[in-house]
Design a protein around this ligand. Sequence first.
Ligand code: PGA
Length: 251
Amino acid sequence: MSQQLLLVGNWKSYITSTEGAIHLVKTLDKKLPKKLKSKIVLVPAAPLVALVRYVYGGKRMSVGMQDVTQHEEGASTGSVTAAGVVGSGATYCIVGHSERRKDGETNVDVARKIRLLLDAKVTPIVCIGELERDRDGNFYNILEHDVAECLARILPQEVSKVVIAYEPVWAIGASAAPASRVVSEALVFIRKTIASQFGREIALKMKMLYGGSVSPSNAHELLHLGHVNGFLIGRASADADQFIGIIKACQ
Ligand code: PGA
């Protein structure tokens, strides 16, 4: 399993102005620990990605995009294509976020997007997570089904180039994250599902993040007891002190 942690800050639409984005990135840069143990990826809203990338220069933090269209470049008004992601300077891209899925994005769309991103040499961060938990454990079937459909278009040798983010929808924007045991059980299950599709050795190489109400106060425990390779962070990543707090908890 690769060791460097991946901390992805999904700014969603919390930061919408040029000034706000520049202020946040500069404040983070000033406060970052000298010897960083994690790889940091900032994911602003689409109109701010190129700005953040070029103002900051991507020296210690990489930049990502929040979504990509499944359409090819050219006649696609209003979309960010895979070529557009590359052109913006982003090297990561979130796909399948529940806030996109609720507008109709399907696993089939996600699988297409992953293919386009891999072809463009951009790392996809694929969000997977059940809407709610049920006593009978049916959510495990949902996870299994989502993993299989989302990864349907990738080759075994590409699995290590894809990042999975387990984001139980009920924990996003919630008042607290689930217990570390809940996170760790889900991640083990997802890894087993990937192993049955691609083989154990390949599954062990996959980076798996947790996302949903990660904060400076729960990051350390989730990291150690949840067996995660990093986090996908929403609200807290749009606040410099909170995000730095999470980065420090992972040092
Ligand atoms: P949250 O969002 O950290 O605000 O819960 C996580 C996410 O949606 O990726």
